[in-house]
Design a protein around this ligand. Structure first.
Ligand SMILES: [Zn+2]
Length: 138
């Protein structure tokens, strides 16, 4: 297994209520020539925890950090008007926390951050990851 020092949260950049699922992200990423879904987990609005790329493989979600990270993406992140917004449904919030608690047990040394914490030019994932998961710090 790879050394994991970061767990990075993303939004998909779709409008709230988007029905997209992991399979759709997988198809899209293949269509642009990638080796399948760039994230390790995708959480659609239903709150399902869908597996994308194998954890054994580096993801394709955050330039310069893919080798040593796990990438998680919730579907949403934009308002109906197309503005950045925390659109997570309560099912998505619950699922994300459950997944992070599990990963925190498996990789207790990994920092949990949002994409924007590593790249300030991004708004992704449209909420304050570090503040929300302070209890899961290494
Ligand atoms: Zn992102």
């Amino acid at each position: 297994m790879r050394d994991i020092s970061l767990i990075i949260i993303h939004c998909s950049g779709n409008q709230e209520g988007s029905p997209l699922r992991c399979k759709d992200i997988d198809n899209y990423h293949r269509s642009i020539g990638w080796n399948g879904c760039g994230y390790h987990y995708v959480i659609p609005t239903s709150g399902a925890i869908e597996e994308g790329r194998s954890l054994k493989q580096a993801g394709a979600h955050c330039k310069t950090h893919n080798r040593h990270s796990i990438g998680i993406c919730y579907i949403g992140g934009l308002s109906k008007e197309g503005m950045p917004k925390d659109t997570r449904t309560s099912a998505q919030r619950t699922a994300l926390r459950r997944l992070l608690e599990k990963l925190h047990r498996e990789y207790p040394q990994a920092l949990i951050v949002g994409h924007r914490d590593l790249n300030p030019q991004k708004t992704c994932p449209c909420f304050n990851v570090i503040a929300e998961y302070l209890d899961l710090e290494p």
